[in-house]
Design a protein around this ligand. Structure first.
Ligand code: GDP
Ligand code: ZN
Length: 362
């Protein structure tokens, strides 16, 4: 059965979820979108409006990794009318895109911060903050997420030669749209409005001070704190004022603004790096060795291109650096997997020991 409910489509429901949600499997349930999710206090939106929600006990027990639990932007299946009027989340529908960070310092523990973002705006300020290498890096992250990146060059009012910078950025980000705007003066905003159409979900990433909050307020047409604030009951039944993390823009698009999105690191071994550096991959096809690392091999086309000006040496260095980070991350992942296997083994041995003792006693 297909969900043709116009309201759900406005809130971002895509045909993708029609394949994953079969109403007959969930009698009495509805799909809902997570507007905010902190531990087990959720705020969700269904056809009948906004409502607080909790995870079902069964779901909580089945969720072994933190990445299994819903986050802002997720689509979930809910059963209305749980304890104290809260909806009960039965299941999490698959994600079309996700932004993750590593929650642990020494090991690897994926923490998903937001899900189902269609377009990610990479915001960069055209003031002293401008840094081409940082844009490259953020672009890699964006491609990893599954969302499509778009670059916003903000503070055009402070930049004497916007055309020049824009060209430079465009050549660094093949196939990615670049818009020059001023969030403060509200210029250039209309040009990217198709990305903010009804049913579309976007997020802003970029370092502190580039103008993300200013842009969100400009897009909302008011102050975010006022628009986003909502009174919900906490676990003890008290009313608390909390801020929505998924906001609806006047034109119908949605914006996810959640604190963790602003401090992302390179997460997985996914296709991000390859996509962000297509030019290097293409050059690499002509390297003499198939597994060329483009560092010191003879017959390396990438190094040749960097030497004769076809490829910026800074861009190559940036690629190498990200590659190194990725392989460091992968080593940590495999170490982490080893550790968890070891812990599992210990638990099993302990259980066997307990069972043996019980048997001996009886
Ligand atoms: P955030 O940390 O990315 O959320 O950045 P903010 O939105 O807080 O903006 C940081 C500073 O940049 C503030 O002082 C803003 O007023 C300023 N700012 C934001 N957009 C523009 C712009 O288009 N032009 C200029 N000149 N300043 C801006
Ligand atoms: Zn090479």
């Amino acid at each position: 059965m297909h969900i043709t409910n116009q309201k759900l489509i406005e809130w971002g429901w895509k045909p993708f979820w029609d394949f994953h949600f079969h109403p007959d499997e969930y009698p009495g349930c509805h799909p809902a979108r997570v507007i905010r999710g902190i531990r087990n206090h959720y705020l969700i939106r269904t056809e009948n409006g906004e409502q607080p929600a909790v995870l079902s006990g069964k779901f909580r027990h089945a969720a072994t990794a933190s990445s299994d639990t819903p986050v802002v932007g997720d689509w979930v299946v809910i059963l209305p009318g749980g304890p104290s009027g809260k909806a009960v989340i039965q299941n999490l529908l698959p994600r079309r895109s996700k932004f993750s960070r590593n929650a642990a310092r020494r090991s690897i523990q994926e923490q998903i911060i937001a899900a189902n973002i269609d377009t990610v705006f990479i915001v960069s300020g055209l003031d002293q903050n401008y840094n081409l290498r940082r844009i490259e890096r953020t672009l890699t992250l964006a491609w990893e997420s599954g969302a499509s990146p778009v670059i916003l060059l903000n503070k055009t009012d402070l930049c004497p030669d916007v055309m020049q910078v824009r060209k430079e950025v465009e050549s660094t980000a093949p196939g990615v749209e670049v818009f020059a705007i001023s969030a403060r003066e509200r210029t250039g905003i209309d040009a990217f409005s198709p990305y903010l159409a009804a049913g579309e979900t976007v997020a802003l990433i970029g370092s502190s001070g580039v103008g993300k909050s200013t842009l969100i307020n400009t897009l909302l047409g008011s102050d975010r704190q006022q628009v986003g604030a909502v009174r919900v009951k906490d676990g003890r039944g008290r009313h608390i004022t909390s801020v929505r993390e998924l906001l609806i823009l006047p034109g119908g698009g949605m914006i996810i603004d959640t604190p963790g999105l602003r401090e992302l690191q390179l997460w997985s071994e996914g296709p991000g790096l390859e996509t962000a550096f297509q030019d290097i991959r293409q050059l690499g096809v002509s390297c003499r060795f198939k597994d060329c690392s483009h560092t010191d091999e003879p017959g390396c086309e990438v190094l040749k291109a960097a030497a004769d000006g076809r490829l910026s040496p800074d861009r190559l260095a940036s690629y190498q650096k990200l590659l190194k980070e990725q392989s460091y991350h992968l080593t940590k992942v495999s170490r982490s997997a080893r550790q968890s296997r070891k812990a599992q083994y210990k638990r099993t041995m302990k259980q066997a020991h307990i069972i043996r003792r019980i048997k001996e006693k009886s």
